[in-house]
Design a binder for this molecule. Structure first.
Ligand SMILES: Nc1ncnc2c1ncn2[C@@H]1O[C@H](COP(=O)(O)OS(=O)(=O)O)[C@@H](OP(=O)(O)O)[C@H]1O
Length: 316
């Protein structure tokens, strides 16, 4: 990035080159074209053993494309834990700059995730939506800590659908009815939700991955934040933890310009179509699925998740 440009200015400058990028297959996984074109460099990235990876299927929470799972939420929690609950320190820059998105590539002068990481010293916190088989091997060789956040398929899909409506760098979502089929077939960016959640689940013990659920975080944020704290070998007082619970509530984060993605200009993220911080609830899927769509989805889910035994909850 040209030194004098802020992240927002860089995006403004590249505005004309930004568009709804098509998806291209990388080892069987559909990824946005600029990511696919740069995948060799992403694959070659070698983290420091002290780096921490936050992995999610999109809309678990980030910049161009997360998988509506709670990524952004977890990023904010981790940043606050690492800064002992100091809210001002965590407003030093937007989420996407504080916690670079490993694979993201956009037209210059927008810095790629790799560009941003190159300007930071370890220990760094890094975001990815890559399925486990596409995560650079250095993360495993260096035994980096990895936090994975999963969200039930129906809410995840609803969130992703609205995100695809408002994010003008993602393919058009098309009608809801068709979107369900694309999701079930793994045709959305970052591929199959089913393979994504199973891939990390199957490896979580062997690779020391902390596997979290969005629904657990909603049910008892204090408990889940403490789990993250312990995983990171941190010790914070109960008062600080309560403060972090408050600062990372949906209501507070929605109003935080450094965490709510309003720093991305409107022609790219159009919050008037659907805000990035949309509802942040468990069970909003009931407002989207018809009875027959829900039945069709459930039947397919049974087949795709057979033997997986992952304790997802579609309501709490
Ligand atoms: N603090 C907090 N509490 C509850 N929910 C929250 C919070 N922060 C973000 N969110 C919700 O997470 C969804 C966005 O997911 P991601 O951050 O993974 O998106 S992205 O894939 O990184 O773009 C998106 O979900 P939906 O509201 O259901 O669309 C956000 O609202």
């Amino acid at each position: 990035m040209e030194k004098q440009l802020s992240y927002r200015e860089a995006i403004e400058k590249a505005r004309n080159a930004l568009c709804r990028f098509p998806l291209k297959n990388v080892r069987g996984v559909p990824l946005m074209e600029p990511i696919a074109q740069n995948f060799e460099a992403i694959w070659a990235f070698c983290p420091d053993p002290s780096d921490l990876l936050i992995a999610t299927y999109p809309k678990a929470v980030t910049l161009h494309i997360l998988f509506r799972t709670g990524t952004t939420w977890t990023q904010e929690i981790v940043d606050l834990l690492l800064h002992n609950g100091d809210a001002e320190a965590c407003k030093r820059a937007p989420t996407a700059v504080r916690i670079p998105f490993l694979e993201i590539h956009s037209p210059p002068p927008i810095p790629s995730g790799l560009d941003l990481l190159g300007t930071m010293s370890p220990p760094r916190v890094i975001k990815t939506h890559l399925p486990i088989q596409l995560v650079p091997e250095g993360f495993w060789e260096n035994k980096c800590k990895v936090i994975y956040v999963a969200r039930n398929a129906k809410d995840n899909m609803v969130s992703y659908y609205h995100f695809d409506r408002m994010n003008k760098t993602q393919p058009e979502p098309g009608p809801w009815e068709g979107y369900i089929h694309k999701f079930m077939k793994g045709e959305l960016g970052w591929g199959s939700w089913y393979d994504h959640v199973k891939g990390y689940w199957e490896e979580k013990e062997k690779r020391n991955i902390l596997y979290l659920f969005f629904e657990d975080m909603k049910e008892n944020p204090e408990r889940e934040i403490k789990r993250i704290m312990k995983y990171l070998d941190l010790t914070l007082s109960d008062d600080v933890i309560s403060h972090i619970v408050e600062l990372t509530s949906f209501k507070v984060m929605k109003e935080n310009p450094m965490a709510n993605y309003t720093f991305i200009p409107k022609p790219i993220f159009d919050h008037s179509i659907s805000p990035f911080m949309r509802k942040g609830e468990v069970g909003d899927w009931v407002n989207h699925f018809s009875a027959s769509q829900s039945q069709l989805f459930d039947e397919d889910y049974e087949k795709q998740m057979k033997k997986a035994n992952i304790p997802f909850r579609t309501n709490i």
